[in-house]
Design a protein around this ligand. Structure first.
Ligand code: MCA
Ligand code: AMP
Length: 492
């Protein structure tokens, strides 16, 4: 498996994780993950890539489970703690998870599934001490499945091998000069690469400390920063936007204390969505830190980054990371000239293995000669890459989450009063984009918007809910159904 275990043995007494006001050493992580691995094996020699799903808040528990699954030869499937039951059930069915491990706080959410004999449900606290020999897990084996939305069908499971993840870790730890005295605060969800690889695994690979907040909260973040231990932070632009707004509301002496603490940071990174230049500049005036913007994707980890030591160019994502090869290509997969926009296509050992049990979708996302097609459009100018947008209007980025307009439309169409709909992303300073839904109702119907919102909340996570609605009657006559989605955006 990823060389985390051997590395952890070199600094057993150092603090690996802080969560829920407790500190955990690398030694306790090693011992606890070994016990979990043995319990999952239940006498078997190897889990042989059985999928083990887990629903646990970002914490020490999350990490010891992840390591335990890997040490037993399983594939880790982290579940989103904000998802309603149908979205969780989809992942469990799609991965055919053998076991689902959950912490107490999610028991009532999951309980309707307990009769389902396809999966074994295990409460984390019910784990007991077990010992035994652990398998030797080759780097080429599958390690993790993360779900991502696209423009075709349901969310797809992105399968990364141990080797893929190790490459994603090492290109970042070397480029951003991670070291064992680093201490990072993690406020990100732990079912995406940003929180899992860039923050948690890079820290643990380096012998550093990863401190978790179970949920993002601006004041809680500032409370940790002003203690003075943390020297690294990574987040999506929406989080920096929220921190700026909160800082502006603080009394002056607290503003000074936060700004003073921030001046001592070694590195602050932004990614997962375009960083507005205004956010970069305002954050610099508050913190003295120039955010390092980088670009990545679930299927490949990080691919392009601004420089750690050199100039960071606002509005640009920088240059390819070590071992990653980039080209910009037109719709015929032919390389475009400098200054001309094209799709970012990527090759390297960081690129995922496959979409889980979707060979056709996997094949379609690579060119004939093996380049991974990201769907992101960029241009190379002034010696750097700059992102221009996506090649599909149906992919929305909100709060750093990638959201498929088509999936939301599919849910909306199931509502008995909705005849047709169109979902688009609307530019928004705080969220990057917010979701807008246009509705055509069944003939003669009207709809109670509050009831529709409640109905949607049972079926979609908060971050996928439409925030603005328009109806056919509000639009110029006969416009709906006849305009492109790009035109539709203008009506919100
Ligand atoms: C929540 N709210 C929203 C949205 N989400 N409103 C508009 N648009 C949204 N997207 C509203 C809720 O309805 C609620 O409203 C209020 O905000 C608080 O909701 P809550 O869920 O508590 O929000 P939060 O915890 O403050 O979340 C904001 C967040 C979160 C922390 C920015 O979105 C987040 O963690 N984003 C990071 C996602 C991420 O890690 N992406 C990486 C994937 P009310 O108060 O009225 O009820 S990309 C990736 O991994 C690649 C590889 C990469 O490049 O990094
Ligand atoms: P996900 O599929 O959830 O991993 O999201 C990956 C997508 O996030 C990429 O394909 C980009 O569209 C977007 N993204 C990541 N980093 C950046 C960035 N720095 N600027 C603009 N878009 C980004």
């Amino acid at each position: 498996m990823i060389n985390l275990i051997e590395k952890a043995k070199n600094h057993k007494q150092r603090v690996a994780i802080k969560s829920n006001d407790q500190s955990y050493t690398y030694d306790s992580l090693l011992k606890s993950s070994r016990k979990i691995a043995n319990q999952l094996l239940r006498g078997r020699a190897d889990l042989d890539e059985e999928r083990i799903a887990f629903l646990v808040a970002p914490s020490y528990d999350y990490v010891r489970l992840q390591w335990g699954i890997w040490r037993a030869g399983g594939i880790a499937v982290p579940l989103c703690t904000k998802h309603p039951l149908p979205s969780i059930q989809y992942v469990l069915d799609d991965t055919q998870a053998e076991t689902v491990i959950y912490s107490e706080e999610y028991e009532s959410l999951l309980s309707p599934l307990f009769d389902n004999t396809k999966h074994q449900f295990l409460r984390l606290k019910a784990f007991t001490d077990q010992s035994g020999i652990l398998p030797d897990v080759d780097l080429s084996r599958r390690a993790m499945i993360l779900y991502t939305s696209g423009t075709t069908g349901n969310p797809k499971g992105v399968v990364s091998t141990h080797q893929n993840i190790e490459c994603q870790i090492t290109s970042l730890t070397s480029s951003w000069e991670w070291e064992q005295n680093d201490h990072i605060l993690n406020v990100l969800p732990m079912h995406h690469v940003h929180g899992i690889v860039n923050v948690t695994l890079c820290a643990l690979w380096s012998g550093a400390c990863c401190e978790f907040l179970s949920k993002f909260d601006s004041q809680a973040v500032f409370n940790v920063f002003t203690k003075g231990d943390v020297n690294l932070f990574m987040a999506v632009p929406t989080i920096y936007f929220k921190l700026i707004a909160h800082w502006n509301d603080l009394p002056q002496e607290e503003q000074i204390a936060v700004s003073e603490a921030l001046k001592h940071f070694r590195l602050m990174v932004s990614g997962s969505a375009a960083l507005p230049v205004s956010v970069l500049e305002t954050w610099r005036s508050i913190s003295g830190q120039t955010l390092l913007e980088r670009y990545g994707m679930t299927e490949m980890g990080m691919a392009i980054s601004n420089s750690y030591r050199g100039t960071r160019n606002s509005g640009f994502i920088g240059l390819p990371l070590a071992n990653v090869t980039i080209r910009l290509a037109n719709e015929n997969d032919v390389i475009v000239d400098e200054g001309i926009s094209g799709e970012i296509q990527v090759k390297g050992p960081n690129i995922f293995k496959e979409y889980w049990q979707k060979p056709e979708a996997t094949k379609n996302t690579f060119t004939g000669d093996g380049w991974f097609k990201t769907g992101d459009i960029a241009v190379f100018e002034n010696g750097n890459y700059r992102i221009l947008g996506r090649n599909s209007v149906d992919i929305i980025k909100s709060g750093g989450y990638k959201i498929s307009a088509l999936e939301i439309e599919e849910v909306l169409r199931k509502h008995p009063k909705v005849k047709e709909c169109g979902v688009v992303g609307i530019p928004d300073d705080e969220w990057g984009e917010i979701i807008g839904a246009s509705l055509i109702l069944e003939d003669g119907n009207s709809i109670d918007l509050d009831k529709l919102k409640d109905w949607l909340k049972e079926r979609l996570p908060l971050y996928q809910l439409p925030r603005k609605y328009i109806y056919q009657d509000d639009l110029p006559r006969n416009v709906m159904g006849k305009v492109t989605k790009n035109d539709l955006k203008k009506f919100f």
